[in-house]
Design a protein around this ligand. Structure first.
Ligand code: T4K
Length: 402
């Protein structure tokens, strides 16, 4: 928005109902643990002069995460993208991999980076996750895996995907980057498919600065990922397979351990923030907050708003512009979706059927700020901006168009 537009904006009668935040309010502002806890873990690592290569903090973190996720093996790695790449390689996936386009670009790039071919499948508009009813039409004799993504921490239809995979002899993997500490039918995400890949990036509610993990209940796969993470070395220091450097360092592990001690507090904050958004956004026509199954564990990490964009209300990009003018830096995820990004967009085979719901969702969703720096007053103010914007959509649209 230009200065002239902003001035005009301020002149609008509705502007008084729109509190402007003094500091920009970001989506993805990292949560922090108790500093004393973090510092003492880091001091111990410095005293030991053991900074990386499967150090004691990494080992302790793996044990704690496996316990939390109730999974047999948790192999922590340098980031979520490498977690995906290692899982794909360890599962010996070849040829085509069916995955949603409605995901962060890392999911598709991890497949492509391993010289496999991503085949994009549409999502269920209700869950935003890969639609099992559309998977079979994507299977060819070159398909070897289905890679589901638990978008916004809401679990994929794991049973339906498993059934298709069994019938067609395919490997199932999950990108669980959004789904740490979530469950489905009482089982923690991390236990499904052959392996699941987590991201512990700083913007995730639980993080290790940069980081990620592969989880599995399969002993052989876990052993393979462990070797691949460390140049292919085995426990006897022999190089027994192709590997890379995907190791997490001790500082990141120290952050993860300290945050795990605070996990219940952070989950409480996220849940309370989600409930506050539910209250503040209730009844505003043209916007809908995504729902979570409250009988399961959820991390409420993303506050996702669907903006329907009818004539009577602002569309998603108009609402984003209003929020930005008021210093609320909401974000579009995932726009453009993967199939609209290079190198996928230019490919002929991308013409294989439209991704109707993916295209539609990517134009309608935005994420609002949450986490421990966001409180009830902030959410009330953001709710006020959204409500006023939608109530005065006509006048605001004119101001935006100037
Ligand atoms: N699969 C899925 C489904 C994923 O969502 C992701 C990552 C992956 C796989 C890959 O995992 P990693 O390899 O990343 O571990 C962010 C994150 O960088 C990315 O990790 C995340 N998903 C994605 C959904 O969001 P951007 O491009 O939005 O990041 P950026 O740098 O623009 O930051 C977002 C906001 O956070 C900004 O408003 C500023 C704020 N921020 C960020 C950082 C890093 C801070 O306030 N402080 C910080 O330290 O991708």
């Amino acid at each position: 928005m230009t200065r002239r537009e902003k001035n005009h904006w301020r002149d609008l009668a509705v502007a008084g109902a729109m509190p402007r935040f003094r500091e920009p309010l970001h989506v993805g502002l990292p949560n922090l643990p108790d500093r004393g806890n973090f510092h003492s873990r880091i001091d111990a690592a410095l005293d030991r002069r053991r900074l990386t290569n499967d150090g004691p903090l990494v080992r302790e973190l793996e044990t704690s995460l496996a316990r939390h996720l109730r999974v047999r093996h948790c192999v922590v790695v340098a980031n979520g993208t490498l977690a995906l790449s290692l899982a794909l390689r360890a599962a010996a996936v070849r040829g085509e991999v069916i995955l949603p386009s409605f995901t962060f670009i890392a999911t598709a790039h991890a497949v492509e980076w391993q010289n496999m071919t991503p085949v994009f499948c549409d999502v269920d508009p209700a869950t935003h996750n890969i639609d099992p009813a559309r998977i079979e039409e994507r299977i060819t004799d070159r398909t070897s895996a289905i890679l589901g993504v638990h978008v916004w921490g809401r679990p994929c239809a794991v049973d339906a995907i498993e059934t298709i995979a069994k019938k067609r002899g395919l490997v199932v993997l999950y990108d669980a980057a959004h789904a740490f500490s979530c469950s489905t039918n009482g089982t923690m995400i991390g236990n499904f498919g052959a392996m699941e890949a987590f991201s512990f990036h700083a913007t995730k509610f639980f993080h290790t600065l940069e980081g990620g993990a592969v989880t599995t209940n399969d002993n052989a796969l876990a052993a393979t990922v462990r070797k691949m993470r460390d140049f292919g070395y085995d426990e006897n220091d022999d190089v027994v397979t192709l590997g890379t450097n995907a190791k997490l360092n001790e500082i990141g592990a120290g952050m993860g351990l300290a945050l795990l001690d605070d996990l219940d507090r952070i989950l409480d904050v996220n849940r309370a923030n989600y409930r506050a958004y539910e209250r503040e956004l209730a009844g505003i026509s043209g916007v809908r907050l995504i729902t979570h199954n409250d009988t399961e564990r959820s991390n409420y990490q993303y506050i996702v708003l669907e903006v329907d964009g009818s004539d009577a209300a602002l569309d998603r990009d108009e609402l984003l512009a209003v929020l930005k003018a008021e210093n609320v830096l909401a974000r579009r995820y995932f726009d453009p979706p993967c199939h609209e990004c290079e190198p996928y967009r230019s490919r002929k085979e991308m013409a294989r059927g439209r991704l109707e719901h993916t295209d539609r969702l990517s134009r309608r969703l935005l994420c609002l700020p949450t986490g421990e720096r966001v409180d009830d007053d902030t959410i009330r103010a953001i709710g006020g901006i959204v409500r006023t914007s939608m109530q005065h959509a006509g006048a605001i649209r004119k101001a935006l168009a100037r």
